[in-house]
Every structure is written in C-alpha cells, then in structure tokens.
Design a protein around this ligand. Structure first.
Ligand SMILES: [Zn+2]
Length: 865
C-alpha cells in the first residue's frame, strides 16, 4: 500500500475519490503572450455518486481563484496538495448523489504558459531574426491538470467544449473544427468556439495558438486533413507536403483496415518548434517535433522513413488509444504496442520498396527485456514519474513484436478480432483481457492463455533444438526445449513457460508446431538446412549451434534466405554470445558469411554489433587488429556503392543510398584514410557555406571531418547550426560537431548543446554522438553540471539519454558501486528504472567482455593469416 492523503490506492493505481464523475467540460482559456500566463474558467457538468462536502480534482501549477456549484453554493475554501497534484474544493453543504449530470462545478483559474514542454506551454521560433511564440499543449500522460483543473485519469472520459480567446492576428486550433469565431474589436482579440468533442480522455485534449501556415487535402472518405507549420519555414524549403500525402493515405488505410469510420470531421497535424516527444496523437490535432513532420526536396530517405512511420503511428492511435483508451496507464502498451505495429504496417503498405519490417526487427526490445530491471508490458504504475518511465522500448517495441506474432499466426482472423474489439469498446476504456476476448472470438483460440506470459511477465524464452536418433530413415526428430533467456544467472524455479508458435523452414518444406511445455519432441522430413522461427515473427530467440549455422551459410551467401531471417540468425547468435552460451568466434565466423549482403538494415545491424564489440575492447592489445579487420570488411562495400551517389539518383534504390551513408559514416569514424581525405576535401570546399554541401554526403562528410579535425572546423559547424532553420539539418550539425574525442572540443560540444542556441528537446542529440572513447569526459561534465542539468531536464524523459551517454559501456563491481552511490545521492525519479537498466547493462557488458576478450584476440590473429 502507498501512503496517500487524498488519492485512493486501488492496489494497481492511485485515483481520485469516486464521489463525482465528469460529463462535460465547457472550457474557456485566454493565453496572454505578453507575460506568458493564461486565465480560464471551466464549467464541468458532473454527477454526484456519493454524498460529499469535498471535491478533489487534479490541478498543478494553477491558481484556483474561485469555485462553486452553479446556482447552489460557492466553495468555502480551496486547498492544494502538491505531492498528489490535486486541489481540494470544500463546500458547506453536502452534495447529494443523483442519477443525472445535474450539477455544474464552475472554477476560475490562472496558470503559466511554461517553457517545460508540458501542460499548456510556449514554444518559440524566429522569422527574419525576430523571436515569435506559439502556445501549445502536451497532456499525455498526466499534464492536462497543468492547463485546467480536471479529473485527469484516462477512464474518466467526458465531452469537451473548448473556447479559446486569442489575439486577432493569431489562429487557434483544437481537437474539433471551430463552430464560430467572434471578433472583439475593443481589445483586438477573437474567441473561437469549437464543436463538442466525442466522449474522450483528458490526456487527448489539445490546442495550439499562434501564427501558422498550412497545406490541405481530403481523404477519399471526405475527411479534411491539414499539415500546419509556423511561418518562415517555407523559405528554407521545409514544407508539410510529403507529410500531407502520408497523413491522407494512412487515414484512408485505417478506416478500411479497422472497418470503422474516422469519428471526427478533420485531422490536423502540426509541427511544433519545441517538443519533448516524437509526436502526440491528440484526437484530431496531432502534434509533432518539426523533424518528424516537415521535409524538403533534400530530405534523405532515412528521415522520410521516420516521418512516414511516425505519422502512421499517430494516425493509428486515433482508433487505438483515442476511440478505445486504456483503463489505466498500466495498459499503456495497448496504445503504444499497437500504434508501433500499425505505423510499420501502413508504412510498408505505402512504401513496399522500403522493406520496413527488416528495420523493425532491428529494435532494442530484447536487449532491454533480458535485463533483471526490465518490466512486463503490463505493469503496475502509480505516480506520474512511474507512468512516464514506461514510455520505453518495452511498451513500444516489445508490445508491437508480440502483436506481430499474433497477426502472423492468425492473419485475417486477427484483423477481424481487432475490428470487433474497437467496435465493441468505442468511446470506452479497456484492459488487455478485453482485447484477447475479441481476438479469441474471432480466431476460435484461447488467446488469453496463449499470450499471458508475454504480457504479464518480463523476459522471453530461448529455444534449443536437440537432434535425437532418427526413428526411421528420411526423417529427423528433435527435442525442443525452452528456458528464460538471461544474460546473467541461472534458470530460476519460477521462470515462466511461454507458448511459442514455431514456424520452421527447411529445404524440404515448411512446418510449424506449438511449444507449450518446457520440452517437446517433433519430427520432420530429412533436410540439408533448417531455419527455425522462419520470418522472425516469434518473440523468442533460437539457440543456433555451429552445425545449424554451417548448413545455413550457403543460403546466407546466396541471399536466398529471406532478409528477415538472415538478420534473425545474426541477432540471435550475437544474443547467445552476450549470454555466454556461444563463443564470440561463432559470431565472427557468421559475419564473414555476409560478404555478399546488400540489405542496408542488415549492415546496420552488423555495424552496430561489431561497433559494440569494438567499443568494449577499446584499450585491449588487439584493438588495432580489430580496427584493421573492420576496415577490411567495410571497404569493399564502400568501393561498390561509391562515395558519391550516381548522377541520376533515381537510378538507385533507397536501400543503396542508406547503405552508402552507413558505411561511410563508419569508415569515417574508424579513420579510413581514403574516406577521411575525401570528406576533408568536400568540407573545405564548402566550409563557409555548409548548407550548400550535397545533402546525401553531408551525413558522413561532417562527422568524419570533425572527428579528425580541429576547433576551427567545429566552429564552422556551430555557425552553420546557428544559421540553419531546417530541423533535420540542425540535428545533423549537432551530431557532427559532437563527433570528437578531443577534450576541448568535447567540452565545447557539450557547452553548446546546453546553450540557448539548442532547444532542450535536442540536447541529447549532441550527447549521444560523442564517441565512446571520450565517455569519461562526458561523465565529468555531467557531474560538474548536475544541478543545472537537473533543473532543465529533471522531470522529463529527455534526461534518460543524457544519463546513459554519460555512463561507460562496461564497468566492474567496484565502479558500479560508485555510480550507484552517485545516483542514490542524486535522485531523478523519472530516470530511476532506466538508470538501473544502464548500470545492469554495464555489468553485463563487463562480463561479456571478459568472456570474449581472449577468444576475440585469438580469432583476429588467426583471421589475419
Ligand atoms: Zn504512440
């Protein structure tokens, strides 16, 4: 139990007392751009459920000037209790229960248009050097209460009638279309009244106020779609045109896929200059950081993929999350897992040439989920900081991987189940069980039993295939067993048994079976090669042995095995090495089989895994040998794809362009002479005008030059950052100017990332770009500047990446204790779990390093010959 004063501990959640429930909020807000405040009043139609003299309502950083029940009584007093983010409104006469929403709670209040990127906040931008502002909102998960007093829980759905009074030169946007706009010439303002929303959760309410440009189109079903941006961006060539097409097409796609009309009459998408997340799915008014919505003719494919995916993700939320919402934040994965899956699905539908499912398998979920400090996708969360903690790889990536597993097994029945679920619970709130019930009905399978351990337990199994003596000629018998995959420690007696639907491909046919026990035997016809978990849709790892791998190498080399499976073998084998189950030589041998590989996502994976090994072995006796091996591996690819793209870039596939970028970035960081010199030549040619540098080579020319350059070069990139208005370019400049290991330059990069030139939403981009070998400098910087960093980032998930990039990749027990002590004395609640995960990762990496250290040295020696 948790000690609470006003909130009620329901075991798995902390909620407001259930004395009254809201029905309709008639909300009026007037932002003031002169002093960054706002004033408001709200009339909330409520139903009284239990006799009470007190109404407890969520409110934080607001001043409630008056409150009362309309036509009945005024409050005798208003108190605040900040630890629980509530205001307590006390009445003289007891409010009596009723069957109808017959009382109106009226509250006047004021608040601050803050610069913390949450609640109702201000965001700034420049036009021709002049600073301008917009006011915007970010309410998920628990910040609607910073904008107006409300019953701020996802299950307390209500209708919202939003009224905004704004300066006459501003426009106002909200979830719905405006019903009327009334000018007030006496004080140069106007009041927007928006249509009533459907019944919805508070965290999805949104409004934006300021000057905006937009582009507009309609879906084939007649829904109006607009993409808004602040003025001045178009001049730099950044528009919402690409986004608009995706927004329209994905909305149409989901209307058909879910077989449910979009419930509103419009869907707006707005690029916000200061934004803490990637995007936010507010119903009918989706907000984005500018780099995930705006693009220009120079926007590289990697960025376009991201834009398409994020829009698809947010549009999917309009059903998954908005139409049907989680009963509590413990069910967040229902929102995020589905939106992640659907975002990929619609991107694949719109751009099949991008092979997004291969990128998708390349995610971090299993790395997080094998930590002792992981959490189940369904997880108890009480406080706001606990809620914000779970917007992580488990809720998003693992959530989506287990959904893909279901879709893969049940196909069209799965889609029917989803559609039935959304229809049955429209405008309501659900738990995971409600979803399983609908899918069970559609598939005729008990999905609850099938999925339980995937959602209620953390971790995942690894499957071992043991060959048995064949009973008769022409067939092979296997004993297949499962155990929890752990990087450390042995099996535990209470480890779960998962239900694994295993698809197997051999040169002699396709097979599948359900492993629903610890051990089961199965028999298939004789084969030359076998690929278990074919299609990589099962959320488990396969323990490949050297014989299995050897038999698969020819189909890896000939690329006849599908790319998802090639990638699967690679990541499962690396996983086994990390867990000490397989020697690192097995992985290194396997990588050598990928010489003909053409898929950029697979090279992404190889480069990142070898990069991890390289970073962990920095300072070892074979470091230089390892570098030579990497250069030898990557150079032929660089030669094949070329330093420059072909003259007519339409000639090449998006994959080829991505591969060129990835390989040259890597070669540049490793210091390949040829690449370093070429990058330097281009840099020098454009050093005073870096924005004129060809956009497809910029991602490697800049970081390579800085990595091997000096402070004067770094200053050029800083100047270009200051001049640029294009968000994606600024991100690249920030990454590049941080690609240095020289102490003075590292300090300058970190100082710059925290300066007023860089928006706080972007600071982390500089930090994570600093090479591993310079990490001790980052830690020292983090410690010396802890107080000021905490002040800006301490309540935001943005701090998580600052912490993880300050920490070393590996550390021994004594060093870990040192860091533990630091974080126990410097507490940051929103980063509590992620910091523990980072420390655990360091410990695991130390063990991993010790396990491969000698083996890798020997392997490199023998490979040299
Ligand atoms: Zn989402």
């Amino acid at each position: 139990m948790i000690e609470t004063k006003y909130l009620i501990d329901k075991g798995d959640k902390l909620v407001l007392p259930e004395c009254v429930v809201p029905h309709l909020y008639d909300l009026h807000l007037t932002p003031n751009f002169n002093d960054f405040t706002f004033s408001g009043f709200v009339d909330i139609s409520i139903r009284v459920l239990q006799p009470t003299k007190t109404i407890v309502i969520h409110s934080i950083d607001l001043v409630l000037q008056s409150a009362g029940i309309v036509s009945e009584q005024s409050a005798v007093s208003i108190e605040y209790y900040t630890p629980e983010q509530v205001a307590i409104i006390n009445f003289k006469d007891e409010l009596q229960p009723s069957d109808s929403n017959n009382k109106v709670l009226s509250i006047r209040f004021t608040g601050i248009l803050n610069d913390k990127l949450k609640g109702f906040y201000r965001s700034s931008y420049k036009v021709d050097g002049e600073q301008r502002y917009i006011a915007t909102t970010q309410f998920e998960a628990t910040d609607a209460r910073r904008s107006f007093p409300c019953f701020d829980e996802p299950a307390l759905k209500a209708i919202f009638r939003i009224n905004l009074t704004v300066q006459s030169n501003h426009i106002a946007l909200s979830n719905m279309q405006e019903k009327s706009i009334t000018e007030h010439s006496e004080n140069s303002t106007k009041t927007y009244i928006f249509e009533d929303t459907p019944v919805m959760s508070t965290y999805l309410v949104a409004f934006c106020v300021g000057e905006f440009d937009y582009v507009e189109s309609k879906t084939k079903q007649g829904i109006r779609v607009r993409v808004y941006q602040v003025p001045g961006k178009k001049k730099d060539g950044e528009t919402g045109d690409f986004a608009l097409q995706i927004a329209v097409d994905s909305l149409s796609y989901f209307i058909e896929y879910f077989d449910i009309p979009y419930p509103l009459t419009k869907c707006d998408h707005v690029g916000i200059p200061d934004f803490a997340f990637g995007a936010m799915e507010n119903w009918g008014l989706i907000t984005y950081r500018e780099s995930t919505i705006l693009s220009s003719k120079n926007t590289p494919v990697r960025r376009k993929k991201r834009i398409a995916y994020v829009i698809g993700h947010e549009v999917a939320h309009q059903w998954f999350g908005n139409l049907v919402s989680p009963a509590w934040w413990s069910q967040l994965w229902l929102n995020e897992g589905f939106a992640t899956f659907m975002g990929n699905k619609v991107t694949d539908h719109l751009f099949p040439q991008w092979n997004v499912w291969i990128d998708y398998i390349n995610n971090e979920a299993m790395e997080l989920d094998c930590l002792a400090n992981s959490h189940p996708v369904e997880v108890k969360v009480h406080s706001s900081s606990q809620i914000f903690e779970i917007f992580d790889g488990i809720s998003y990536q693992k959530g989506s991987l287990i959904i893909r597993m279901l879709e893969n097994r049940f196909g069209e029945q799965f889609r029917l189940g989803l559609s039935q679920y959304l229809k049955k619970h429209s405008f309501g709130n659900t738990t995971t069980e409600d979803l399983w019930q609908s899918i069970s009905q559609a598939t005729g399978t008990n999905v609850n039993d099938y999925m339980n351990n995937f959602t209620k337990k953390s971790g995942f199994p690894v499957l071992n295939f043991k060959r048995m003596e064949s009973s008769k000629a022409g067939e092979k018998i296997f004993e297949v067993s499962q155990r929890q995959f752990r990087l450390s420690g042995e099996e535990q007696p209470d480890d779960p048994i998962w239900n694994c639907f295993v698809q197997i491909e051999t040169n002699n046919g396709s097979f599948n079976f359900l492993l629903d026990q610890k051990v089961k035997t199965f028999c298939i016809p004789e084969f030359q090669w076998m690929k278990p978990n074919f299609g990589q849709s099962g959320y488990f790892r396969i323990e490949y042995d050297s014989e299995m791998i050897k038999s698969l190498i020819p189909s890896i080399k000939s690329l006849s095995l599908p790319a998802t499976d090639r990638l699967g073998i690679l990541s499962d084998t690396f996983g086994m090495c990390r867990a000490g189950i397989a020697p690192i030589s097995m992985f290194m041998d396997l990588v050598s089989g990928f010489i003909n590989e053409t898929e950029s996502a697979i090279w992404d994976s190889i480069v990142s895994k070898l990069g991890q090994l390289y970073d962990l072995s920095l300072g070892s006796s074979y470091s230089e040998k390892f570098k030579a091996f990497l250069l030898k591996l990557y150079k032929p690819i660089a030669t094949k794809v070329g330093f420059l793209p072909p003259k007519d870039s339409l000639e090449e596939s998006s994959g080829q362009a991505l591969l060129r970028e990835r390989i040259h970035i890597t070669l540049g960081q490793l210091g390949d002479n040829h690449v370093v010199i070429q990058c330097r030549t281009y840099f020098n040619e454009f050093r005073d005008n870096l924005n004129k540098l060809q956009s497809d080579i910029k991602p490697y020319v800049l970081p390579t030059t800085i990595r091997h350059g000096n402070e004067v070069d770094q200053q050029c990139v800083i100047e270009e950052y200051r001049k640029s208005n294009v968000s994606a370019d600024r991100n690249l400049y920030l990454r590049s100017l941080s690609s240095t290991t020289k102490p003075d330059m590292v300090k300058k990069a970190l100082d710059f990332s925290l300066s007023s030139d860089v928006r706080s939403q972007d600071t982390y981009i500089g930090w994570i770009a600093i090479p591993t070998s310079a990490q001790p400098l980052v830690w020292d910087y983090f410690v010396s500047n802890f107080d000021s960093i905490k002040k800006v980032f301490g309540e935001s998930r943005l701090i998580i990446r600052l912490i993880s990039s300050s920490l070393p990749k590996r550390a021994n027990a004594t060093q870990i204790q040192f860091y533990q002590k630091f974080f126990s004395e410097h507490i940051i609640p929103v980063a509590d779990r992620s910091t523990k995960q980072s420390l655990e990762d360091m410990e695991n990496n130390e063990r991993f390093f010790n396990s491969f250290n000698n083996v890798l040295g020997n392997w490199l020696n023998s490979n040299e010959k």
